[in-house]
Design a protein around this ligand. Structure first.
Ligand code: NAD
Length: 334
């Protein structure tokens, strides 16, 4: 049977489908049901667009022997087993940078909402509690210390967007050359120093074995009382929602801002989602027309290049060595 099917885990807008059809058939399956993905994988599948949270591992890859590539729509690729894709010679495309600005903007929104205590003031109005304005205060960003953990594309956007608020900025990122950011007016410190010194801590690391549970019950106590913790990176970078809820109730956290949860979709009944000092959104930081357009255009371009046998932009390939190996074996056999 000829392999002509592209499986999209999660929905694709019609204008994106139109760029593949009728040459390829598109089958969309739920982005949170492994069972549906298992059923969709067969010998007709030529490419998989892995959106959402179903983990795309070697077992799923092996069910589709005609598979030529896996595409991610985003910068995080923790939902694909890169090692198993590389072992099978499958390139994994992604779209780094396409949504950095939008994620930076949502991060700033969560910081502002948390510092200005927007939930509390809305509740006071709904409760006709006018006197609360004499008893409670918002916080200014001016004079506060912002701590950025992971100073990559999004961490730097947050730094750029936060200029003008009069914050002092610390960053922690052991994997970059700190000297190249000498003009950023930023101080690089250890992870522990950042937790101890910052009033606003924002996470921008990828989810890896090292960053899973980066904020945990052993170190959350280092954070200053009343501090704000923001996570727009990946949910499992914080040990659990229970830990955050406890830290809001008993200290040290003054507020949290979350776009991501350890499990997605999360348990909507978790008390954190009703906490007055929790500002929450459901993994929507990159769901803006501009970012979606950039993400989907890049994805379509790279998928079509690989399927057509032309050269994709290697900056958008997580494991470019796979394509280099293929090029090497093509030239040695010609
Ligand atoms: P990036 O690769 O440009 O930056 C990540 C930075 O983290 C790198 O500089 C790296 O050196 C650093 N880092 C890695 N491990 C670290 C550690 N243990 N301690 C400190 N720093 C560490 O990635 P990016 O484009 O800035 O994206 C960051 C993450 O944001 C993505 O991996 C993704 O998980 C998440 N993200 C979320 C959304 C959303 O919708 N909420 C959208 C896009 C990206």
């Amino acid at each position: 049977m000829k392999c002509r099917r592209i499986v999209s885990i999660g929905l694709l807008p019609d204008y994106v489908r139109a760029q593949f059809e009728p040459e390829y058939e598109i089958l969309s399956v739920s982005d949170s049901s492994r069972e549906e993905v298992v059923k969709a994988m067969d010998e007709t599948v030529i490419a998989v667009i892995a959106r959402g949270s179903v983990y795309f591992d070697g077992e799923l890859m092996d069910r589709a022997p005609g598979l030529k590539l896996i595409a991610r729509t985003g910068v995080g690729y923790d939902s694909v087993s890169i090692e198993e894709a590389t072992d099978r010679g499958l390139p994994v495309t992604y779209t780094p940078g396409a949504m950095s600005r939008s994620v930076g903007e949502l991060t700033l929104s969560l910081i502002l909402a948390a510092c200005k205590k927007l939930n509390i003031w809305r509740q006071a109005l709904q409760d006709a509690d006018w006197n609360l304005r004499y008893l409670e205060t918002s916080q200014d960003l001016e004079g506060k210390i912002l701590g950025i953990i992971g100073y990559g594309r999004i961490g730097r956007q947050v730094r750029m967007l936060s200029r003008g608020f009069g914050l002092r900025t610390l960053a922690n990122d052991p994997y970059i050359d700190h000297s190249s950011f000498a003009d950023d007016d930023i101080t690089f410190v250890s992870f522990e120093d950042l937790l101890q010194q910052a009033n606003i801590i924002t996470l921008h690391v990828p989810l890896t074995g090292e960053t899973r549970g980066l904020i945990n019950r052993q170190n959350i106590g280092l954070i200053q009382p009343g501090s704000v913790l923001i996570n727009t990176a990946r949910g499992p970078v914080i040990e659990s929602l229970d830990l955050l809820h406890k830290a809001l109730e008993k200290g040290p956290l003054g507020a949290v801002g979350l776009d991501v949860s350890p499990d997605e979709p999360p348990d909507a009944a978790h008390p954190i989602f009703r906490h007055t000092r929790a500002y929450v959104t459901g993994h929507i930081a990159a769901r803006t027309p501009l970012s979606q357009q950039r993400i989907l255009e890049t994805m379509v371009r790279e998928v079509r290049a690989i399927l057509n046998g032309t050269q994709p932009n290697l900056a958008n390939i997580v494991n470019p060595e796979v394509l280099e190996d293929q090029a090497g074996s093509d030239s040695s056999s010609s």
